[in-house]
Write a protein that binds this ligand. Structure first.
Ligand code: GLP
Length: 245
C-alpha cells in the first residue's frame, strides 16, 4: 500500500491520509478489483496507526463505493461496473439482457413467498381481494457485480410456487405458457436507502433508476408487476425516437 510518511506538520487527519494511500494503490493497480485488502491489524502495523483509524478509513471508502465488505469474508476492492445500455422499446428479461451483452446474470434471493394480494396489487393486477400472489425479491448481478434490486409480484395462477424460479422468471413463465408480450414501464429517479445501497455496493443515497413494469398477456391480462432499482452508475436506458409524419 505504500507508506504514510508525510511532513510532521501536515494537519490532515490520519484516517484521511490512509484513505489517500489506499485510493492511490487502487488507481495505480497495486490493488485490483475483487482483491482482498490486508487485514485491519496488518494495515495498522505497517502504517503505524491505530486500528480505529484503519476502521474509520475503510468505512469511509466503503461509503464512497471504492471498497466493499462481505460479511465473514473481509474487505475487497469494489469492481467498477460495466455500463449497460438498455433499449427502451423491447420487452426482455434481465437474464436475456445480460446474455446479449456477454455478461453472466446471477441472483441472490431476498425472498420468494406467496400471500394474499394487497389492495394495491389486486388493483394493478386486476385480481379479486381473495386472490394470492407470488412475490419474488432478488438482488441481480452481471458478472458478479450487483446491478439491480427487483421485487416482482405475479398472480399465483400464473406462478403457484415461486421457489421454482431459480435464475429467470421469464423462462419459467414461458415454460408455463404465460410469457408476457406487452408491458408498460415507468422510469423515475431515486436515491437508494442505506440498506439497498449496501446490497448494491454503492454509497448510501447514491442515484438509482427506479423502474416499474406492468406486463400483460396477449389478451390483456396482467401477468407481472415489478419494481426495480437499477444502479445509476451502471445502466443507460436508450430510446430510439422517430419524427411523426
Ligand atoms: C427485467 C424486468 C422485470 C422482469 C425481469 C425478468 O429485469 N425489469 O420486470 O421481471 O426482467 O427477468 P428474468 O427472466 O431474468 O428473471
Amino acid at each position: 500500500l505504500g507508506s504514510l510518511a508525510l511532513p510532521p506538520y501536515d494537519p490532515t487527519p490520519l484516517y484521511l491520509r490512509l484513505q489517500e494511500q489506499i485510493k492511490s494503490a487502487i488507481d495505480a493497480g497495486k490493488l485490483k478489483p475483487l482483491e482482498a485488502l490486508p487485514g485491519e491489524r496488518d494495515i495498522a502495523e505497517s502504517f503505524n496507526v491505530s486500528r480505529v483509524t484503519v476502521r474509520k478509513a475503510i468505512s469511509g471508502l466503503v461509503e464512497q463505493g471504492l471498497l466493499t465488505q462481505r460479511q465473514g469474508s473481509g474487505t475487497f476492492v469494489a469492481v467498477p461496473p460495466q455500463r449497460v445500455e438498455q433499449p427502451l422499446s423491447r420487452l426482455t428479461s434481465f437474464t436475456e439482457d445480460m446474455r446479449l451483452r456477454g455478461l453472466e446474470a446471477s441472483v441472490v434471493w431476498l425472498g420468494r413467498t406467496v400471500s394474499l394480494a394487497s389492495p394495491q396489487e389486486a388493483m394493478r393486477l386486476s385480481l379479486s381481494p381473495n386472490d394470492t400472489v407470488a412475490r419474488l425479491r432478488r438482488l441481480r448481478f452481471a458478472n458478479k457485480v450487483p446491478m439491480a434490486i427487483e421485487c416482482a409480484t405475479v398472480p399465483t395462477r400464473f406462478l403457484p410456487d415461486p421457489t421454482v424460479v431459480e435464475a429467470s422468471l421469464y423462462d419459467v413463465l414461458e415454460a408455463r405458457g404465460c410469457l408476457p408480450v406487452r408491458a408498460l414501464q415507468r422510469l423515475h429517479a431515486a436515491n437508494l436507502n442505506t440498506e439497498d445501497a449496501g446490497m448494491l455496493e454503492v454509497a448510501p443515497g447514491a442515484a438509482a433508476l427506479a423502474i416499474d413494469r406492468l406486463s400483460y398477456l396477449e389478451n390483456g391480462t396482467p401477468v407481472e408487476f415489478t419494481q426495480s432499482f437499477y444502479r445509476g452508475d451502471a445502466y443507460d436506458f436508450v430510446a430510439e425516437l422517430n419524427l411523426r409524419r
